[in-house]
Design a protein around this ligand. Structure first.
Ligand code: C2O
Ligand code: CU
Length: 468
């Protein structure tokens, strides 16, 4: 099908000559309260990540105009309440912000060429939306992502629900790796040979930009642990030692019945919420570990503080209130087959938003051409309000965390899993997995679908749906 040039479309709607483009969602609508925007400044910083030197020119977000001295801030929002952020680009290359997992209107989705113009150095963009769902989400650029995310720009979002139970403490963990060499300097973000397989791993593993940090929490208390896998490659298999915890929510959505955490796999882009029971004695600790691969390692430790145990009981933990996500009507749903495959290797098109220069992967045989003004046609046009079942098939020997923008889906069936998770925005497709994903196309616009192993995304494993 012929495609309009999205650049032309965007030019028509952006405010000409203004350094701050006004997103469509920010236009004042009568009767709708607007939030005061926070300034989210994309900028460089230096930080000690590796043990042998300070890493220069880390990319991060800071709040306000003052330089950020560390990790992008945890952004707190409230379900059903307007939120606004003014992105200011203090980097030396274009950027945007994508609100991963938040069902925002299309104009706020942060995909350059597709939903908004590039935000050039020195320019800005106003984002404004009302998060419909409570839970743990995250934010990151959607431009030159292997570098920008790999160099630091991944932050956690907590959308609070006033109806949530109160726990004794809350700890947010932003899990990611860094590709650092001698003296903490950045090394090449990927190796082509690895990009054609499971992806290129980092050399330094962190939680909240620290190697195996320790946090204190009240002895015998219940701690809400919000964990986001924001790494560009790593798939985690988490587990606890020295205590127990219940799985409360996955990818922002509460599980119907909380269950005891044993081992849980989650991949880039995914989130896990736990409630853990702290040990009773001061000084005792509980460890969150990664058990994937042959040598387990510590992600983070919680240390009990306080002379008297709060003596809480995990049995008292109840399910969190569900988010308002429509269920697909399977009697009327249209089926859409989606095959994830390797593809013939060839050179990729250059792209303003960073091309890795290779193509290794495809969705329905079509490798993504890069973030160009005229991308490949949508996978399919979806009718607003109609139900669909995506029949996804991983025809590769690697796991792929497949992420859909703007719409949440439910895993209806799978040949590889017994437990079907709550609605999600990202499914970690196992090698040779076939699954059915049900969704209602209830959000207008162009929505990307891509692997969140960024090397896979950027070497072909991307596509999009158009809801109209
Ligand atoms: Cu978390 Cu298209 O991204
Ligand atoms: Cu992948």
């Amino acid at each position: 099908m012929p495609l309009l040039s999205r650049r032309t479309l965007l030019k028509g709607s952006a405010v000409a000559g203004a350094s701050f483009a006004i997103g469509a969602g920010f236009a004042a609508r009568p009767g709708i309260a607007l939030a005061t925007p926070v300034t989210l400044k994309a900028q460089f910083t230096d930080a000690a990540i590796a043990s042998d030197g300070v890493t220069q020119k880390i990319m991060t977000y800071g709040l306000g105009e003052t330089p950020a001295d560390g990790m992008p801030p945890v952004l707190r929002m409230r379900k059903g309440e307007p939120f606004a952020a003014r992105l200011v680009n203090g980097l030396d290359e274009p950027t945007t912000v994508h609100w991963h997992g938040l069902r925002v209107i299309n104009a706020m989705d942060g995909v350059p060429e597709m939903t908004q113009p590039y935000v050039y150095p020195g320019d800005g963009f106003d984002y404004a939306f009302t998060p419909p769902d409570a839970g743990t989400f995250w934010y990151h650029p959607h431009c030159n992502t292997l570098t920008q995310m790999g160099h630091g720009m991944t932050g956690v979002i907590v959308v609070e629900n006033p109806d949530d139970p109160v726990f004794d403490a809350e700890v947010v963990l932003n899990l990611r790796d860094w590709r650092l060499g001698k003296g903490g300097a950045f090394i090449a973000p990927f190796k082509p040979r690895d990009a054609a397989k499971g992806g290129t791993y980092g050399t330094v593993r962190t939680a909240n930009w620290q190697q195996a940090p320790t946090y204190e929490a009240p002895a015998g208390g219940l701690v809400r642990l919000r964990i986001a896998a924001t790494d560009v490659t790593r798939i985690y298999t988490i587990g606890l030692e020295g205590g127990a915890g219940m799985v409360m929510a996955l990818d922002g959505n509460p599980v119907e019945t909380p269950f005891l955490l044993d081992r849980l796999d989650f991949g880039p882009g995914q989130r896990v919420e736990l409630v853990v029971r702290m040990p009773d004695e001061e000084g005792q600790s509980l460890t969150l570990g990664n058990f994937r691969g042959s040598s387990p390692w510590t992600i983070a430790t919680l240390k009990a503080v306080g002379g008297t145990s709060l003596k809480r009981d995990l049995k008292d933990v109840k399910a969190l209130p569900a988010n308002p996500i429509a269920e697909a009507d399977l009697s009327t749903a249209t089926r859409i087959p989606l095959d994830f495959t390797a593809t013939a290797e060839h050179k990729a098109m250059p792209s303003m938003c960073g091309s890795l220069g290779y193509t290794f992967w495809a969705i329905n045989k079509v490798p993504w051409q890069g973030d160009t003004p005229d991308p490949v046609a949508p996978l399919s046009d979806l009718k607003l309000g109609k139900s669909y079942v995506l029949q996804v098939r991983n025809r590769t020997p690697h796991a792929h965390p497949i992420h859909l923008h703007g719409l949440s889906f439910r895993v209806l069936s799978s040949n590889k899993r017994a437990f079907l998770p709550p609605p999600t925005d990202t499914i970690l497709l196992q090698p040779d997995e076939q699954a059915e994903l049900g969704l209602v196309a209830d959000n207008l616009g162009d929505w990307l679908l891509h692997c969140h192993i960024i090397e896979h995304q950027k070497t072909g494993m991307s596509a999009y749906f158009r809801v109209l």
